[in-house]
Design a protein around this ligand. Structure first.
Ligand code: GLN
Length: 261
């Protein structure tokens, strides 16, 4: 399993959010404290963030451990943002090891467009019985969407399914909960998702840990707390969280109601 984190609030450097905190994502790459599956997250990392006045995020992703990338330390020191989504990866066996599989994923540019959409997405977990177990879901996607996937990793197909729902107008929380419930019903597995468009954060807890912390004007949603302050709250398993402008809403994922529409 991986560890991931999203931040929304006053402008901060990537370093302030990711590397400076005592138990931040940087340290979670080699010493996570709450991870239920896997021990280190050394199979790459990625950070996506929004620059002032630009709704399309920038990404920095590598196939090496976060601590081994000196260039990232420089970028993180000087890059300031109101919203970021970052992940450190522990690759599921059999999955591609390269940078294309490192979260966050984003929406690909449409035909004739130079840049992609506003989303950043990460998946902490695995699909059991991959890829056959989700073949029926993949078959529902248009071929153009399957061909546009950034990677053959299980998480990329889950992202394509989520994006399809977002593009057909579903609320982010409903799209995440719907794909988690549908995939879990078909395949089993673990489905902690994290999603942002720069204005809000949505996340599921499904099989691994998830925490949040809100302070004046800012919110953090993360696989585990970045520090030992007492104001982190744990999200119950099988829940979906939405956070924006200091408000956090957590709802149980009701698997008895079809979430397909
Ligand atoms: N299955 C995904 C991968 O291989 C996510 C892994 C994880 O959460 N550790 O990258």
């Amino acid at each position: 399993m991986c560890r991931h984190l999203a931040y929304l609030g006053e402008p901060r450097t990537l370093a302030e959010v990711l590397t400076a905190p005592e138990h931040g994502l940087y340290r979670q790459a080699w010493e996570p404290r709450h991870q239920l599956h896997g021990t280190v997250n050394a199979d790459g990392f990625g950070v996506g963030w929004y620059a002032e006045g630009d709704p399309v995020p920038a990404r920095y992703r590598r196939a090496v451990p976060m601590w081994a990338d000196r260039s990232f330390a420089d970028v993180a020191r000087v890059t300031r943002t109101r919203c970021l989504l970052a992940a450190v990866r522990s690759a599921t066996e059999g999955m591609p090891p390269d940078e294309s599989a490192a979260a966050p994923y984003t929406s690909p540019p449409g035909a004739g467009q130079a840049v992609g959409g506003c989303w950043l997405f990460s998946h902490n977990g695995r699909v059991e019985g991959w890829p056959h177990s989700l073949a029926s879901l993949a078959a529902q996607l248009p071929a153009s969407r399957l061909l546009a996937q950034e990677s053959t990793v299980d998480s990329a197909l889950l992202w394509a399914l989520v994006l399809g729902r977002l593009e057909s107008g579903q609320e982010p929380a409903r799209a995440l909960a719907g794909v988690a419930a549908e995939a879990a019903g078909l395949a089993g597995g673990r489905y902690n998702f994290l999603l942002t468009d720069g204005q809000m954060i949505a996340a599921t807890a499904w099989g691994d840990t998830l925490f949040w912390r809100a302070r004046a004007g800012e919110v953090l949603v993360a696989s585990e707390p970045s520090d030992s302050s007492g104001d982190w709250q744990r999200v119950p398993d099988a829940s979906v969280l939405t956070a924006a402008a200091g408000e956090v809403l957590i709802q149980p994922i009701d698997t008895t109601v079809p979430l397909t529409k």
